[in-house]
Design a protein around this ligand. Sequence first.
Ligand code: PHE
Length: 453
Amino acid sequence: MANISGNRDLFGSKFGIIAAAAGSAIGLGNIWRFPYVLGQNGGAAFLLLYLFFIFAIGIPVLLSEFVIGRHSQSNPYQAFKTLKPGKKWYLIGVMGIAAAFMISAFYGAAAGWTIEYLVKAVTNQFAGSSPVQFENEFYNFRDSSLRAVLWQVLFMILTASIVLAGVKKGIEKYTKILMPLLLVIIIVLNIKALSLPGAGEGLKFLFQPDFSKITTRTILDALGQAFFSLSIGMGTLITYGSYISKKDNLANSAVIVSMADTAIAILAGIAIFPAVFAFNIAPGAGEGLVFITLPNIFQQMTGGYFFSVLFFLLLTVAALTSSISIMEVVVAFMVENLNMTRTNATIFTTIGISYLGTLCAMSWGGFKDFQIGQFNFFSLLDFTSSSILLPLGGMFIALFVGWFFPKKHVIEELTNRGELKAGYQRIFFFLLKFVAPWAIALVFLRGVGFLNF
Ligand code: PHE
């Protein structure tokens, strides 16, 4: 593996970086988290806010992370130390590491649920259940702790084994083939979902905004979901950016990754909401929404067995390619700044995350007495990291690249030292300087009132 001074392990090809960054971005965030958060926030109005945040804030911040990573050739913590020695900017990196721990923990728990559903699919357990039975089954499993914990730990071990193999071998290989396959199966699900009676109702929910549904929480959640889904705000893409070859076109990759990520989220919505209404499930059902909804579709479709196995398998892989990108933030920091070996860093991180992840997986079972206001342990980590730490990180990253980092260096990265045109740079700088940080600050100021739990 790489170290700060020398040859970093680079992604192999242009498609390699797009595949790796898309592998990070596309995951449970799109298929599990997006529909359930949208469902809780009343539908289409949330979608509009989400899209606005993706374009006005998400893409510029994503590109900024690539710029910082490739320019500094280091992990987020070291990156800011190198670029602004003696200043406090490296705290962005510290915050990112904290966020990485929290996200990995609840992410692993949700990935554990996915593995459970993969097992259910393989053993043909979806056949013949009613929507209400599917609902009960999910809650029974989630509340029963033990299997949820085991799957979570298994998932972290899988993540660790790929992280150990190093970036290039570990990450690129899986995403290149599997992400396009995931897209295909979601499209198959869309076709089936749209043919369900009541599909129109679901589409209305997803696409016909009712602005009276927008609350402060909605805005905060939409911002958080945009950051979470793009994997930005905590340095994942600074880390990956440091592995990008100097010849790749950063802006191009940033836009392709963001578009792919957004498209998959919307397609997941089109698969889920028609079914939500067709099977009479509450759109605001929460964390279980996908697991309650999709088995109903699989059960009714020709080839349901085959598609359900393939779907939950691919979703597990998609979760893995995201999870490794989160763990890589912590591991790269430990290797490069704490002088640990890659193996030790990975083991240490995995143990820490699995511990927190176990508490997340038990948040409805043995650890359900932990409650702070409306949050249990799982949702507390989720909310704190996604809706607070990531946007805050993004705000500082935007301020940094917009105002504090020499423009000349940014342009060097955008144009590959003058080889590429970057006609979009005015809008890029405009968004970074005048839109992104202030919009985030504004959302937070509104959020302060909400946060008095
Ligand atoms: N974007 C990933 C997903 O959608 C999750 C993630 C968040 C990955 C933050 C890295 C950093 O599943």
